[in-house]
Design a protein around this ligand. Structure first.
Ligand SMILES: CC(C)(COP(=O)(O)OP(=O)(O)OC[C@H]1O[C@@H](n2cnc3c(N)ncnc32)[C@H](O)[C@@H]1OP(=O)(O)O)[C@@H](O)C(=O)NCCC(=O)NCCS
Length: 178
């Protein structure tokens, strides 16, 4: 089975019995990651070559969510990629295809990547998100990311009107509860 076919049909609505498992993704799975990214982001997605290039940079890690019913979870249904440099982590991208959304997959992927970074010494994790991306901002706020700045008109490609980026940060051991 090629990486492409392994990414499955993300237009089929999965049943409520879906089970999800997470695992680390390797550079060899760049096209599976790209398929998931395209299903989630459409025209502004990253291709397999870009995914592979990102993953080849030291400190970069990706995780895959695999979905299925019963005992086997084989259908790729979400991905996250991040990078840790010293004590600063960065979330590079997070993608869940529409058919798999609102099942906690995005939160699980992000929490898991963040926990791994924390174990490797991360003190803070940064990310950028389009100011009009209410779904992602809500998810990030639930995971205790706070808005710390704005980059005006940062997202321009593939859009008629450029959109601001919000810069968000999650601090470990900040003494702010939770
Ligand atoms: C953002 C994204 C990753 C969320 O994935 P997901 O698996 O649906 O997220 P979860 O099910 O873990 O949602 C967790 C919480 O986030 C918030 N949330 C998620 N989607 C939301 C939406 N469409 N509207 C409002 N709140 C939303 C909710 O608080 C949700 O909890 P709830 O379902 O109990 O209400 C997904 O919508 C996606 O891939 N979007 C396109 C790509 C993108 O924007 N990526 C992030 C920017 S890089």
């Amino acid at each position: 089975m090629t990486d492409q076919s392994a990414a499955g049909d993300h237009t089929v609505r999965p049943s409520a019995k879906l089970k999800v498992r997470l695992r680390a993704a390797t550079e060899r799975e760049a096209s599976t990651l790209a398929d998931l990214h395209r299903a989630a982001f459409g025209a502004i997605s990253w291709d397999a070559a870009s995914m592979g290039k990102m993953l080849s940079i030291p400190g970069t890690e990706a995780m895959l969510a695999l979905c299925g019913e019963g005992g086997e979870q084989k259908m790729p249904c979400g991905m996250v990629m991040g990078r840790l440099l010293g004590t600063d982590g960065e979330i590079l991208t997070l993608a869940v295809p529409p058919a798999f959304r609102r099942r906690g997959i995005g939160s699980r992927l992000l929490s898991s990547l963040m926990a791994g970074m924390a174990m490797q010494g991360a003190e803070r994790i940064f990310l950028e998100v389009a100011a009009d991306n209410a779904a992602a901002i809500a998810l990030y706020e639930r995971l205790r990311f706070e808005i710390m700045g704005k980059r005006p008109k940062y997202y321009a490609s593939g859009r008629d009107d450029p959109v601001d980026a919000l810069l968000m940060v999650h601090q470990f051991n900040c003494g702010c509860g939770g």
